[in-house]
Design a protein around this ligand. Structure first.
Ligand code: SF4
Length: 508
């Protein structure tokens, strides 16, 4: 399906149609004009009509002059805006025809966004019952029942963990990006630089970071804005030395308001090769609640193939070291679809995970991010088929259920294998609050450090804006003062008059 022509689609629905086509083949080209320069063989023409209560879309799918399929979809308006229903009938028809043609099922229906839980939350906030939400997601978006159930479970869990989820936008969370790693992994597109590399010195970077923390902390204190969670990510935040970590956390306690009352403090210790006894002592000294130790896979050949530079044994040893020293809330990331891995390897990873019993597990489906080595050399890395990926995801879900892990956040990515999702699971009450904050976009996240993206959520209107710090350490070192100033300016605008309105936020 290299090129397909869609005829009779209004301009404002074209981008959505394109996204639906690309669910089946992300390299497909979609043409909308009906001119004679069309270079492909496939076309679908749409015709939409309406009655008082419903919208109808008729579509004919052709290969040259041969009719491959016909479909008519009728959707009841049920109080929805006309244009919304019209758009959904077109997407619905398009998806159904392409599912039949390609024999590929799309479990997320016509939903192509990153955060399907947000849609569920918005319907919940409109006062719709679970049954109504289920019906709407199924009828308007063609979501399969198992995905709707998954969303429902996640939303319930989020509300249990953060009962004030709809109000938490009067506070902020803080993300601190440490852009260094011992070495680079092949699939990485995070802002990560080899710690001994040439891109800026660690000491200069930390000077900038301390400055940013101080200025931001002062502003939060002066303006009486509370901090919900603090999260150190990267790169690998434990790739700096124990004494650098110690000074950084000391600074955090000195400058941020009431760190003792922050709901959660997380430090990613993703790479097991960075975890040492002295760093664990520092994490404990500053009462870090939660760390992550990331195996990705428990097969040594895979770790080698993805350039991970640590062994399975090292992950297990470091996990035990952290656990026995009192860091018992540990997240592990697993990845489905790593090169050379099928059901057997993934089942093995789950079996080892079972022995360790981390408090939370994030199951990622590998995505081919444009800038990673793995995408550049796609032929070199053999990955599982779409069906295998689907089976592994099902296995993961069943396994989690059996082992007492409950899903609590979910997001989707472009180019994700099998068009599936990444799901965070946890033993109940061990969920990461920060992950819920960032995924549901319910409050401002202030990003400090390299590559840290700030997300501004206006507490009065819910409007979202983004602001990113430089990715490269040297660029950050050269400009952190300017970036800090801009962020303080943005905070002033967002929270300038919130103090008067804190107790009467509009419902969004
Ligand atoms: S440990 Fe994570 S951040 Fe560092 S290079 Fe590997 S994937 Fe990238």
């Amino acid at each position: 399906m290299n090129v397909i022509q869609l005829i009779g689609v209004e301009d404002k629905f074209q981008r959505a149609c394109e996204r639906v086509v690309q669910l089946f083949d992300d390299e497909s080209k979609v043409l909308f004009e009906s001119g004679s320069d069309f270079l492909g063989d496939l076309s679908i023409s749409f015709k939409t009509s309406q009655s008082d209560h419903a919208i109808y879309t008729e579509a004919v799918f052709k290969e040259n002059d041969k009719v491959l399929g016909k479909k008519t979809v009728k959707l009841e308006r049920n109080g929805h805006p006309l244009k919304k229903v019209e758009k959904q009938t077109i997407l619905y028809t398009l998806l159904s025809l392409l599912e039949e043609y390609t024999q590929m099922e799309q479990p997320w229906g016509v939903l192509t966004g990153v955060r399907p839980t947000k849609l569920y939350h918005s319907m919940r906030k409109e006062g719709k019952s679970k049954k109504e939400i289920h019906k709407e997601l199924n009828e308007l978006y063609l979501l399969r029942p198992e995905k709707i159930d998954l969303l429902g479970k996640i939303v319930d869990r989020q509300l249990a963990v953060v009962p004030d989820l709809d109000e938490v936008r009067k506070e902020v969370s803080i993300y601190i990006g440490i852009p260094f790693c011992p070495t680079m992994c092949a699939y990485c597109t995070f802002p990560a630089y080899a710690i001994n590399g040439k891109n800026g010195s660690v000491a200069e970077f930390l000077t900038g970071l301390h400055y940013e923390m101080e200025q931001t902390g002062n502003w939060l204190k002066e303006n009486n804005v509370k901090v919900t969670t603090i999260y150190f990510g990267g790169g690998t935040p434990t790739s700096i030395t124990a004494s650098e970590m110690d000074a950084l956390y000391q600074k955090m306690y000195d400058v941020f308001p009431n760190v003792d009352q922050v709901r959660e403090l997380t430090v990613e210790a993703g790479r097991p090769d960075t975890i040492t006894q002295d760093k664990i002592d520092v994490l404990n000294k500053w009462k870090v609640d939660r760390i992550s130790v990331n195996p990705q896979s428990f097969t040594n050949e895979t770790l080698k193939a993805i350039g991970r530079h640590h062994t399975v044994e090292e992950t297990i040893d470091k996990y035990h070291l952290a656990y026995k020293n009192g860091l018992t809330n540990i997240n592990m990331d697993l990845i489905i679809g790593l090169p050379g891995e099928g059901m057997e390897e993934f089942a093995h990873t789950l079996a080892v995970t079972k022995e360790l019993r981390p408090t939370s597990l994030t199951v990622h489906t590998l995505s081919y991010k444009r800038a990673s080595q793995m995408t550049k050399y796609k032929e070199k890395y053999k990955v599982a088929t779409r069906n295998e990926i689907h089976d592994m995801m099902t296995l993961a879900g069943d396994w989690m259920n059996k082992e007492g892990y409950v899903p609590y956040y979910l997001y989707r990515q472009k180019n994700i294998l099998g068009n599936l999702e990444n799901v965070g699971y946890a033993i109940p009450d061990q969920e990461s609050i920060y992950n819920i904050m960032i995924m549901e976009e319910v409050q401002t996240i202030i990003g400090l450090g390299c590559g840290a993206a700030s997300k501004w959520i206006d507490p009065m209107t819910g409007k979202i804006d983004r602001f990113a710090n430089p990715k490269e350490p040297q660029a950050y070192i050269n400009s952190y003062q300017t970036y800090t100033e801009k962020k303080i300016g943005a905070l002033e605008k967002l929270f300038g008059n919130i103090n008067e309105n804190k107790n009467s936020l509009p419902s969004l």
